[in-house]
Design a protein around this ligand. Structure first.
Ligand code: AHM
Ligand code: MG
Length: 335
């Protein structure tokens, strides 16, 4: 009968977050309002991504529309939708987007207490071939009135919530408000995200590693050794499988559900790796820890990083607890 309840007693993401918030007696619903606006942005991007192939076919993308203005690229369009939805929520004070060089400070009367860091459309090189892409976001609380850039440069462990939305064969939003990880699937006929993956826990170890091996010639010793062990295990276990989409959201989502490890290490050409601390490394690390996994930079726990610049990068190793332990041991031994 549990399955039946599932089908008729729909736990939407809004209801879920309101439930969680009712546990905090002083909550005034600000977080739910903020989240609703993020959800709106995700629904918009989902619909735009689904139409992207069609739009191309009938000659819309990159073309001029009836007003004579050029059609916006999907990542630019997504960013505008998120920025406007977030500002209009009246609950934000600082926005940091991968698409905007500078942070946006919101002034009264629309100023609120949340700082939101986000990548509106990550993995954009995958748009034109229809491979999964996603949105990543993190939320901080700012407790004082005059927000400064330092309020966006907090360590990841201070995040109040983090999540991503994956635009794949289905549209899925994965969220943590610091109390475990839950996954919601968009029911397109209802336009609602429904709880389908309650309390996600990542397996302790996994059989998959996920990395861009094309960079191998520039890797450092511990990364190279770890990948060598994945392929030629010394302890008699079976080799791991390699899966790499090249969309962080898709690669991390699979890692979260199936277990294993995702790596974007440093290499000689990019000593800080590729991925951005604020809106890629931190939210994904937060989710991993909340699901029982780990996230490591090659030096420290990823969530302990204190970024100095909003678009800073860091190497990242995240996934199943035991798999990340192994790479930590290799880096410790190389010290
Ligand atoms: P983007 O922000 O330009 O889309 O780049 C970020 C993406 C991540 O989604 C993905 O993990 C990574 O870049 C893949 O990089 P690479 O092509 O170097 O393997
Ligand atoms: Mg990105």
């Amino acid at each position: 009968h549990a399955a039946d309840a599932h089908r008729t007693d729909l736990m939407t993401i809004t209801r879920f977050v309101l439930n969680e918030q009712s546990k905090h007696p002083d909550s005034k619903g600000d977080f739910s309002i903020l989240l609703n606006n993020i959800v709106l942005g995700c629904k918009f991007v989902c619909s735009a991504v689904n139409k992207a192939g069609l739009a191309k076919l009938i000659g819309l993308a990159g073309d001029t529309n009836v007003q004579g203005e050029e059609q916006k690229k999907l990542d630019v369009l997504s960013n505008e939708v998120f920025v406007k939805a977030l500002i209009s929520s009246g609950r934000t004070c600082i926005l940091v987007s991968e698409e905007d060089e500078e942070a946006t400070f919101i002034s009264p009367p629309l100023r609120g207490k949340y700082c939101v860091v986000f990548d509106p459309l990550d993995g954009s090189s995958n748009i034109d071939c229809g491979v999964s892409i996603g949105t990543i976001f993190g939320i901080y609380l700012v407790n004082h009135l005059e927000a400064t850039i330092d309020d966006a440069l907090q360590p990841g462990k201070n995040m109040l919530a983090a999540g991503y939305c994956m635009y794949g064969s289905s549209c899925m939003l994965v969220l943590s408000t610091g109390n475990g990880v839950n996954g919601f699937t968009l029911d397109p006929s209802l336009g609602e995200f429904i709880l389908t993956h309650p309390d996600i826990k990542i397996p302790k170890t996994g059989k998959i590693y996920s990395v861009n091996e094309g960079n191998a010639k520039n890797w450092d010793g511990p990364t190279a050794k770890y990948i060598e062990n994945c392929k030629f295990p010394k302890d008699g276990s079976s080799p791991k499988s390699l899966r790499y989409v090249g969309s962080m959201v898709a690669d991390v989502h699979r890692t979260l559900l199936y277990g294993g490890i995702f790596l974007y290490p440093a290499d000689r050409k990019s000593p800080n790796g590729k991925l951005r601390v604020l809106y890629e490394v931190f939210p994904m690390s937060f989710l991993m820890e909340q699901a029982g996994g780990q996230a490591f930079t090659g030096k420290i726990r990823a969530l302990d990083l204190v970024p100095k610049k909003i678009h800073e990068r860091s190497p990242i190793f995240l996934g199943s607890y035991e798999d990340v332990e192994e790479i930590k041991a290799l880096y410790a031994a190389a010290q």
